[in-house]
Design a protein around this ligand. Structure first.
Ligand code: N01
Length: 530
């Protein structure tokens, strides 16, 4: 059988993959995409757990596209997973990308063939194709950490992961449910599950800061206004640090009187969500400014959770606020006032094993019908490793990143020609609006491929000096942050010497976009072509 040759293979059909197929086919390229799920959506296909919703306002968590934007509207400021999945299906259908996507097909290998300047890509279907370029739209938070508790195989009930929630019906009504993990996923799932479960028991390790989304109906007038000037809106959010319109820190905390500080905190709280990350301009670097915000959230926990023992467990004090991703919830702390919601602090009462009927901790033997694991992800490298991308030396990108990712613009890494990692480490990535991040990266890639086509180039990779400079710039931008010293999935720790690398670029999407614009204007300076 002849191997079919493409200009580009796209891996993944979430927001990034859908847009990449659209943009590259529009540019006249021959494109094939592989998607492991049976349909489009990416993380929004898989994360269908009760309570799953976005934490970026929906005016901006969509494609800023002249054709698409006015033809859609959202119901809520922070839509739930079904509405987002419906939107991504709408985008895929409107753009007609489905015929280019092989569904239920995982990429099992991608080998760079240096003599041909092509990748040979193999898939779980047995199919093998070649392509000039490999575009990884496989997400940074898509490979969930599997549960590794002893005895799980003995459990006679059902167990699920939030990040791979089954598509068949998972009965939760009237069930005894255990939730393990209280990051963004667990925090969203608990109140939703508690609505109709007989009982929800939350196994709790580190108290995270969670702030209310203050969700509500979308302001249709505001959406219509943006719909009438999509390009302008697009430019505005591309030149905003996180790709939305949330207000920036009002100024250093010390420039306000105590009354003014409290007024600002109340104002941001009323707006909701990630606005609490930017009350004061120095809360990410100054512990005193940070503590003002953290104390405000802690007071909310105290005021909300009626049982003081539960409130104490839920009280976030292990790290400064915002140094791990802030959780955004709808009724999380309130749920612990329900008589059907229990809390176990596994620091004092650790899980010993899963049993046939439930979970045994040091002090309890509990029975459950359903175990829900919300344990987080193998962030940044999980999906890349799974695709088994190899350069001519047989290395994977993560082999070259053993002391932290080294990239140019978070998009390409030296030694891996023609490989583009959308929203990769070294770009704003998970710190900004991920749909916009993807759009910006795909547009950049499309510009670069056009540039190469016009000049007859077939190979591109970062120059060593440019990659070193960008990697140093990414590190420098994070060097005075409180969050660099906190354990979380955004920090790579070199165990041998304790040095740390903050993986996403914290300089802001606005600064990043400006930098990319200069690179494009300067004929892709820093990249070497042949
Ligand atoms: O994962 P996490 P997540 N025993 O890594 C616990 C995005 N997202 O899926 O903190 C017991 O934050 C772990 O405990 P600890 C968003 O970017 C967005 O919730 O390590 N517990 C922690 O509580 C987010 O940041 C939305 O002590 C164990 C939890 O599991 C990112 O995805 C919604 C354990 C993992 O928390 C990840 O969020 C959902 C063990 N062995 C996700 N291992 C939106 O709102 C881990 N834990 C858009």
């Amino acid at each position: 059988m002849n191997t079919v040759d493409y200009d580009a293979v796209v891996v993944g059909a979430g927001a990034g993959g859908i847009y990449a197929v659209h943009k590259l086919t529009q540019a006249g390229l021959r494109v094939i995409a592989f998607e492991g799920a049976p349909d489009v959506g990416g993380v929004w296909y898989h994360n269908r757990y009760p309570g799953a919703r976005v934490d970026i306002e929906s005016y901006f968590y969509c494609f800023p596209d002249e054709d698409l934007y006015p033809r859609w509207t959202w119901k809520e400021r922070y839509p739930a997973q079904p509405e987002i999945l419906a939107y991504l299906n709408f985008a895929a259908d409107t753009w007609g990308v489905r015929p280019h996507i092989r569904f239920s097909t995982w990429v099992t290998g991608a080998q760079w063939e240096s003599s041909a300047h092509r990748y040979r890509v193999t898939a779980s279907s047995g199919e093998s194709v070649t392509a000039r370029h490999l575009v990884m739209a496989s997400g940074q938070l898509s490979k969930a950490r599997p549960p590794a508790f002893p005895g799980l195989e003995d459990f006679r009930g059902r167990w699920v992961q939030t990040a791979h929630w089954p598509t068949d019906h998972v009965e939760t009504a009237g069930k005894r449910i255990a939730v393990i993990g209280t990051g963004s996923s667990g925090v969203q799932a608990v109140p939703a599950l508690a609505r109709d479960a007989e009982n929800v028991t939350v196994f709790h390790r580190t108290a995270n800061y969670s702030v209310p989304a203050q969700n509500g109906p979308l302001d249709q007038q505001k959406y219509a206004d943006y719909a009438s000037r999509v390009s302008e809106m697009r430019e505005k959010i591309l030149h905003h640090p996180v790709g939305s319109d949330i207000p920036l820190g009002a100024g250093p905390a010390s420039s306000f009187s105590p009354d003014e500080q409290q007024a600002l905190l109340r104002q941001r709280w009323a707006r909701g969500g990630h606005t609490m990350n930017a009350v004061f301009s120095d809360q990410g670097t100054d512990i005193h400014a940070n503590t003002l915000v953290a104390d405000f959230v802690r007071q909310h926990v105290r005021d909300t959770v009626k049982d003081p023992a539960k409130a104490e467990i839920l009280m976030p004090h292990a790290y400064p606020i915002g140094t791990r991703r802030l959780c955004v919830d709808t009724g999380y702390y309130e749920a612990f006032n329900q008589s059907n919601v229990d809390l176990i602090d596994i620091n004092h009462d650790p899980i010993e094993r899963i049993t046939e009927k439930g979970i045994r901790t040091r002090n309890h033997d509990l029975e459950f019908d359903l175990l829900v694991f919300a344990l987080g992800f193998n962030a940044f490298t999980g999906a890349l490793d799974e695709a088994n991308i190899r350069n001519e030396l047989g290395e994977r990108p993560s082999d070259r990143w053993s002391r932290g990712p080294r990239t140019l613009l978070g998009l390409m890494t030296r030694g891996f020609p023609n490989l583009f990692v959308l929203t990769g480490p070294g770009s704003p990535s998970v710190l900004a609006n991920m749909i916009l991040d993807n759009v910006q990266h795909v547009d950049f890639v499309a510009d670069m491929l056009r540039h190469m086509g016009e000049r007859g180039h077939t190979r591109v990779e970062p120059e060593e000096k440019a990659q070193d400079e960008w990697t140093a710039h990414v590190a420098e931008a994070a060097s005075n942050l409180l969050r660099l010293n906190v354990e979380n999935y955004m920090v790579h720790v070199n165990r041998e010497d304790g040095t740390r690398v903050f993986m996403p670029y914290v300089g802001g999407l606005d600064k990043y976009v400006e930098h990319c614009e200069k690179v494009v204007a300067d004929d892709f300076v820093g990249f070497s072509f042949s």
